[in-house]
Design a protein around this ligand. Sequence first.
Ligand SMILES: [Zn+2]
Length: 440
Amino acid sequence: MTHAPSTVAPSTSPQLTAIRGEIVHFLADPTHDARALEHFADGVLIVRAGHVAECGPSPELLAKLPAGTPLADYRGKLILPGFVDTHVHYPQTDIIASHGEQLLEWLEKYTFPAERRFADPAHAAEVADFFCTELLRNGTTTAAAFATVHAASVDALFKAAHARRMRLITGKVLMDRNCPDFLCDTAAAGDAESKALIERWHGRDRLLYAITPRFAPTSTPTQMQLAGRLFAEHPGVYLQSHLAENRGEVDWAAQLYPEARSYLDVYARFGQLGMRALFAHCLWLDDADRRRMAETGSAMSFCPTSNLFLGSGLFDLQRARELGVRVGLGTDVGAGTSFSMLQTLNEAYKVLQLQGQQLSAESAFHLATLGGAHSLYLDDRIGNFAPGKEADFVVLDPRATPLLARRSAACTTLAERLFVLMMLGDDRAVAATHVLGEAA
Ligand SMILES: [Zn+2]
């Protein structure tokens, strides 16, 4: 005779499943709270109807489960919340690893020609499918992604994510100047198309819309103003853009907006800061900018592989944290060089080492999970295994490669094993990814 725990339905339900393995997740930010990490060496995650019902030690929970509850056995592997990629470009999937340029030339030479192809909805659908599959193959279950200037590119990505039941934030790029004619919209058309897309997709299942001015230099003041107004008129909708990635870009923004105190101030003047405002890179800011981001609840996306690849600069995580800014981690594919959040953490560690800062394994995995969710204001729904959360998780195999197995075998602490996984792991270390409890 077994008894169901109070949070689990007392009878066998086809919607009830259990997942067994070594469980690691965060209850808070380990930078501020040493007890933030919760670890069950032999743990069970109980999922009901796609949500976490309970998470705890295996013997105790298994004894309480109704007979016949399906059990996925991942013993020997680590179960963590699904990764949250807070900045990525799906239309740039095919230009990853393109040689030789820094930001502004990169856009002209590689990005804009690649994005032109998304005028064709069949091409957009094919890339969107590959992109979502690739995210899941890497353990990423939530992403904030750029589409292109074409409204149909947004439809394609939302459809692909919807079919996989992923949490996905995306939006039509707004770009009405300083870009090739074939990618140029107008302030009025961009505004109307964004409104229609918000109505069509925002809040549908797990999908969320982001108003997406590419960056201040490629929008006219009129377009920037309309984007800010749209953001104010739609509570719950996101705004995503780029900020202070490259010094040439910062100078250009200053020339185009001479009245602004700083690059960040351009966005501020057009009402684009606030909760759910998300800015990639944030490398060339001063403390006044960082304070303003913290005060307004705006978030930064730290994109280390991209910042190194394009030679853009080094993100100051410590200063952002000291000033209380929300920070998530982004791959920024295709300027980023990997879809893997493990590899992104590897490069994050090195970017911080170059500045005399140390990223602990605990802080790193928090950044890739609950921290990212917090930066997106989604930490009430995803990011850890608290009861009621959406049951997205990744299963990592510490023995996925001969070198990982050998190095992991020599580890004596959990922190050491996590660090080895983020330095040596990539998609090969992802044994499985589950979305709303189900294997993807
Ligand atoms: Zn980007």
